[in-house]
Write a protein that binds this ligand. Structure first.
Ligand SMILES: [Cu+2]
Length: 239
């Protein structure tokens, strides 16, 4: 987390704690709303048996302040300082579809544990991605924001699916001195890192996804946002 967001978080959290409402918010924390992404018929996806495409757009933030569905009456969500994916982590995608994913990351980062594996792309079409339009198969492991990782073991009821993409961090100096004012299209004022890749959904099922970077605070980074559904983890319902 950058110093600016840290200071903001401290102020906002301080207000919440003084109000004595942390536990109340926590217990009533709403389930992430379902984002339904429809498929579009496509004659030539280049992948045998795949005749549909879909577009999935996600963002990742250094805090959860931009997540509107979490807001309660006072206009603030239950854990405004926690890192978060948005607009929701509860996603529905069509089966056997070529999905183009765009992740716009506004968060900073740190060195990732297991850099040889988690800083590389796995399971995408072509084995690569683009970062701000440039092709890549891995990123600098010393400056990772988050990962987008779908992982499910095969079971009697659904196929296995594994996709893992590392997401580069926004440089610290940009976050400390944002070149623009926050706006409706950019809640922070610094330029995000935009990662794009494609993967093919398999058959119907419920596929867990999460960030594999320990970015959550507490318990060596695996607590809070990492262990609470809807911040750094979610479900992809393939139908
Ligand atoms: Cu993360």
């Amino acid at each position: 987390m950058n110093p600016v967001a840290g200071a903001l978080t401290a102020v906002v959290l301080g207000g919440v704690v003084v109000g004595g409402t942390v536990l109340a918010f926590h217990s009533t924390s709403p389930k992430p709303p379902l984002m339904v992404v429809d498929g579009v018929a496509a004659s030539a996806t280049g992948i045998p048996g795949v005749t549909k495409t879909a577009e999935l757009k996600l963002e990742s933030y250094p805090d959860s302040a931009p997540i509107t569905w979490r807001r309660t009456n006072d206009g603030v969500g239950p854990h405004p300082g926690w890192v978060s994916y948005g607009p929701t982590t509860n996603i529905q995608l069509p089966a056997n579809t070529l999905v183009t994913v765009t992740i716009t990351n506004y968060d900073g980062g740190e060195p990732i544990p297991n850099p040889g594996y988690l800083a590389s792309v796995h399971g995408t079409v072509g084995g690569d991605m683009t970062i701000d339009g440039e092709k890549a198969t891995s990123i600098d492991p010393s400056h990772v924001g988050h990962t987008f990782t779908i992982h499910n073991y095969p079971s009697d009821t659904q196929e296995s699916l594994y996709v893992s993409v590392p997401i580069p961090a926004v440089p610290d100096d940009l976050m400390e001195n944002p070149p623009a004012e926050p706006s409706a299209s950019n809640p922070y004022g610094w330029p995000p890192k935009v990662v794009k890749f494609q993967f093919v959904t398999k058959g119907p099922g419920e596929y867990a996804w999460n960030c594999e970077f320990p970015c959550g605070g507490n318990y060596a980074g695996m607590g809070e946002a990492m262990s609470s559904y809807g911040y750094m983890s979610g479900v992809i319902h393939v139908v």
